[in-house]
Design a protein around this ligand. Structure first.
Ligand SMILES: [Mn+2]
Length: 415
C-alpha cells in the first residue's frame, strides 16, 4: 500500500513538480474567525458602553476556546476613536491577551480601520509581535518585495505546526500605493495553499443599509480583489456576502450595533477553507443585554401613540431607545422628559427622539441623520465637505493637517 502511494506521489510530482507532498495526500483546511468593527470606546448618546463591549469580548473568547481556529482576523475599526481612552485601551489589551491564551497556536491579525489611528496602532506593533499578534496600522509604501511581505503577509499554521495558508493584511487607507495593490500582494503569497485578504473598505455593490453613502468615492470593484480564496472585509456594518463573489468576499458585520439603523443580526463569521474550494461560512450570533431599539420600529407615530408603544414594548432587556415620532403637531415641550420617565420605568435608556414631518414621512430623507453623522470620522466629514463644495477629494497635505489638529485636540482632551 505504502509503495503504491509513493508511486502515485512520484507520478504526481513528475506531472506537477511545483506541488508539495501534503497537497497531494490531504486536502489542507484553514479555519478562521472573521470579525471587525468592534468600535471599542464608543459612547452612545452619552451612555458608556464598556459593559456591553466587555460582554462581546468575553463571548469572543468563548467562541475561540470552542472553535480552536487557525486564525483570528480583526478587519479594522477596533476602536471608535483615533485616540481611545486609557480604560478602553486596557479593555482591548486584556481581551487580546485572553484571546491569545484561548488558542495559543492561532495566528492573530489586526488591521486599522478608518476609525483607528494607523500610527497609534503601529506604535506598539513590535510589542504585540512578542505575543504573536500581528498588527498592521499603515500601508507599506516601499516597492521592495521583502519589505512588503514582512509588513503585509502572515503565514498561518494549524495546531500541529503545519502551514495551512497565508493572510494578506491591508489596513484602511485613503490612497493605496497603486490600484492593483491587493492583487500585487497576492503574487507574493504561496498559491499552493489558500490565501486570504483582510481589508477595511467599501466594496462596490455592497448593501450599505444603516450607513450613509460615505466612502463611495473610493468604492472598490470586485476585480480588484480577484484571485483570493477569501476576502475578510470590515467597514460596512451589515453582515453580507458580496454579490457575484461566489461567497468569497464577505463583510462579517458589527458584533454590537453601533447605530440604530443597524437592524440586522450581529455575529462573527467562522470560515473554513478547503484548499481552493469556495469558503464555508457559519455565523455565531453575539448576544447583548442592551439592544438598540427604535420604537415603533416600522412607521413613525404621533408622540402620544409612540409613547404608548414604548410603554407596551415587551423586551425585558435594558434597551437603548430611539422614539420614532410623526410630527403632525409640534412636539410637547416636555416630550423628552415624558419619554425618559417611561424609559426609566422599564430600565431602558432613552437616546433620542427621531421626528418625521408628515409630508416627508414616505420620502427617503436626503439629509444625513444624526446617527449617521455620529458614525462618520472627522476625516469622513471633511472629505464629504470637500467633495460637495469643490468636487474633489482631500489631498495629502490637507489630510495631514487635519490629522495633526485632531491629535492635538485629543491630547488636550486626555490631559
Ligand atoms: Mn466601522
Amino acid at each position: 500500500m505504502a509503495k503504491k502511494k509513493e508511486t502515485a506521489i512520484s507520478i504526481f510530482h513528475y506531472l506537477t513538480p511545483n506541488f508539495s507532498d501534503k497537497t497531494t495526500i490531504f486536502v489542507i483546511t484553514m479555519k478562521i474567525i472573521h470579525t471587525s468593527d468592534w468600535h471599542l470606546g464608543q459612547v452612545l448618546y452619552n451612555y458608556d458602553r464598556t459593559e456591553e463591549q466587555t460582554g462581546f469580548l468575553e463571548q469572543l473568547v468563548r467562541i475561540v476556546v470552542n472553535e480552536q481556529p487557525d486564525a483570528l482576523l480583526v478587519s479594522g475599526d477596533v476602536f471608535h476613536t483615533s485616540a481611545p481612552a486609557a480604560a478602553t485601551v486596557r479593555m482591548y489589551v486584556d481581551a487580546m491577551l485572553e484571546l491569545r491564551n484561548a488558542c495559543p497556536t492561532m495566528t492573530m491579525v489586526v488591521i486599522a480601520g478608518n476609525h483607528d489611528s494607523a500610527s497609534r496602532l503601529d506604535s506598539d506593533r513590535k510589542l504585540w509581535q512578542v505575543a504573536g499578534i500581528h498588527v498592521v496600522g499603515a500601508v507599506e509604501r516601499s516597492e521592495d518585495h521583502s519589505a512588503l511581505t514582512e509588513h503585509h503577509l502572515f503565514t498561518v499554521c494549524d495546531a500541529r505546526g503545519e502551514t495551512v495558508g497565508t493572510i494578506v493584511a491591508v489596513p484602511h487607507c485613503y490612497r493605496l500605493p497603486s490600484p492593483s495593490f491587493y492583487t500585487d500582494l497576492l503574487t507574493l503569497a504561496d498559491h499552493r495553499l489558500p490565501v486570504v485578504l483582510m481589508a477595511h473598505l467599501t466594496m462596490k455593490d455592497s448593501d450599505t443599509t444603516g450607513h450613509d453613502n460615505i466612502g463611495t468615492l473610493d468604492s472598490v470593484a470586485l476585480e480588484r480583489v480577484a484571485g483570493y480564496d477569501y476576502v475578510a472585509l470590515g467597514h460596512i456594518h451589515h453582515a453580507q456576502d458580496i454579490k457575484d463573489s461566489q461567497k468569497r468576499v464577505r463583510y462579517c458585520g458589527t458584533p454590537l450595533a453601533v447605530s440604530f439603523d443597524e437592524k440586522a443580526k450581529h455575529s462573527v463569521s467562522v470560515v473554513t477553507l478547503h484548499g481552493h474550494d469556495g469558503p464555508q461560512v457559519r455565523t455565531i450570533e453575539i448576544e447583548t443585554d442592551r439592544p438598540l431599539q427604535t420604537i415603533p420600529n416600522d412607521e413613525p407615530l404621533p408622540f402620544c401613540d409612540a409613547l404608548q408603544r414604548l410603554e407596551e414594548f415587551p423586551d425585558s432587556r435594558q434597551c437603548y431607545v430611539r422614539l420614532n415620532v410623526l410630527l403632525n403637531e409640534p412636539l410637547p415641550i416636555d416630550a423628552y422628559e415624558r419619554a425618559a420617565a417611561q424609559c426609566a420605568k422599564k430600565n431602558y435608556r432613552l437616546c433620542t427622539i427621531r421626528t418625521t414631518t408628515p409630508n416627508t414621512a414616505s420620502l427617503t430623507p436626503s439629509a444625513m441623520s444624526v446617527d449617521r453623522f455620529q458614525e462618520m470620522t472627522p476625516i469622513d466629514v471633511a472629505n464629504r465637505y470637500v467633495a460637495s463644495q469643490l468636487g474633489r477629494e482631500l489631498n495629502e497635505q490637507e489630510m495631514r493637517m487635519i490629522h495633526e489638529t485632531l491629535n492635538k485636540i485629543s491630547e488636550e482632551e486626555h490631559t
